[in-house]
Write a protein that binds this ligand. Structure first.
Ligand code: PLP
Length: 425
């Protein structure tokens, strides 16, 4: 192994914090690498080994690590103070920016994470409709709070908790349907009149990358409208990644509400929920739906997020990044085909994912059939070649505006060698 932080150090970490990590997907065997610094598309571990980073902290770093303009803006803000518990100018500017670019956003409320954003948005949807039912997609991820921690159950039977400690009562109103299957969603709504909202990622991004099929999102819009159910797009990943107007602008489908996180914090903790004025007016102090947070809208995160969002809109960055991602994904896909190994590479904008053992993934059910063991082998191989992929087979590979040609070529070469090593066995 290239990364050689001592076994003693690793054991100490595991004794002090569960699995030696602060979030479970970061754990892998024999032990996670401990990163010391990041610059552009590269990260360096505590032993000085360098990796091309395709994890990018799971999404926030669309400009890469330590982008000089973000660092300067944040440093200037920190000198003035980090949090006041009052409105601040960076906060207002970020809100104005989101409201002026994201189609559904008549009003915006900032939060501290994607988890908080979806938790508040779901409460608001329930408060607005005065109904309790919630629909989510099989494989859809909306953070680590009770209402959305459900195992994929059959839609009509309700759901079971996906985590110990989640009361059955907390998820009994949560229903699961398959993504890219508007028919099953519509028949669920035909059967039930207690559904407040459907929350969905417009592009599934937590079972690899699964883009919507033609007209799927348009159909979801029509079905929700005709059944009087709110459509919530969870754009925590796709927000300001698919373009300045996010996935809703890209696909031309405007939801009633949207949640964001990751990129709008520019590498610092942030979240937001937004939507139609008549819905958002119900949020406290204007209305009866409670949502609050000490660090919500803090000027440091707001400054980093605003700088990131503004910079991405300049110099054709979105198009160039999408092109570079498509080039890499196509090369990986061609290598897979040439090797004769079954699998596929799916991509959109600056996200891609590699699946083994399956030709196409169109929903969470398909993704569950992918070959996880092969992914694990690839992960270890790539790590030894200086490429840091997210450790989980269901995570997305993220490109950044700082991911250069040389990095892309090295990732392709390492993947080629991996496929050859598999075939030799
Ligand atoms: C990451 C993610 C979340 C949770 O965001 P946190 O900031 O990690 O709490 C919610 N929804 C989606 C789609 C995500 O990818």
């Amino acid at each position: 192994m290239r990364h050689s932080n001592s076994q003693a150090e690793d054991e100490e970490l595991r004794r002090l914090t569960p699995g030696g990590v602060s979030s479970p997907v970061r754990a892998f065997k024999p032990y996670p690498v401990v990163i010391d610094s990041g610059q552009g598309c590269r990260i360096t571990d505590i032993d000085g080994n360098e990796y091309i980073d395709l994890c990018m902290a799971y999404g926030p770093l669309i400009l890469g690590h330590s982008c000089p303009r973000v660092v300067k803006a944040v440093r200037d803000q920190i000198k003035k103070g980090s949090v006041f518990g009052t409105p601040s100018e960076p906060e207002t500017q970020l809100i104005r920016k989101i409201a002026s670019t994201v189609p559904c956003a008549d009003m915006v409320r900032l939060a501290c994470s994607g988890t908080e954003a979806t938790m508040h948005a779901i409460r608001l949807a329930r408060g607005y409709t005065k109904k309790d039912g919630l629909v989510k997609m099989n494989g859809g991820f909306h953070g680590a709070h009770d209402a959305v921690l459900v195992a994929a159950g059959s839609g009509s039977a309700g759901s079971l908790p996906a985590s110990a400690g989640v009361p059955k009562d907390a998820v009994k109103n949560t229903y699961t349907v398959e993504y890219n299957d508007p028919g099953s969603f519509e028949s669920l709504l035909d059967k039930r009149n207690d559904i407040a909202a459907v929350i969905m990622e417009p592009v599934l991004g937590n079972v690899g990358v699964v883009p919507p099929q033609k007209d799927y999102l348009q159909q979801m819009r029509k079905i929700t409208e005709s059944h009087d159910v709110l459509l919530i797009f969870d754009e925590v990943i796709t927000g300001f990644r698919l373009g300045p107007q996010s996935a809703q602008g890209c696909f031309g489908v405007t939801p009633d509400m949207t949640t964001m996180g990751k990129i709008i914090g520019g590498g610092y903790p942030a979240g937001a929920f937004m939507g139609r004025r008549d819905i958002m007016e119900l949020v406290a102090p204007n209305g009866p739906v409670y949502a609050a947070g000490t660090f919500a809208g803090n000027p440091v995160s707001a400054t980093a997020g605003l700088t990131t969002v503004e910079m991405m809109a300049e110099q054709n960055r979105y198009d160039r990044l999408a092109k570079r991602t498509a080039d890499l994904a196509e090369r990986l896909s061609d290598l897979m085909t040439d090797s004769g190994i079954t699998g596929c590479v799916q991509h959109i904008a600056s996200m891609f994912s590699i699946y083994f053992g399956i030709d196409e993934v169109t929903c969470g059910g398909d993704a569950a059939k992918a070959d996880r063991e092969m992914f694990g082998k690839m992960f270890g191989f790539m790590l030894n070649r200086g490429v840091y992929l997210p450790p989980g087979p269901m995570e997305v590979e993220f490109m950044s505006a700082a991911t250069d040609r040389d990095a892309v070529n090295r990732v392709g070469d390492a993947f080629d060698d991996f496929l050859r090593s598999v075939k030799r066995k």
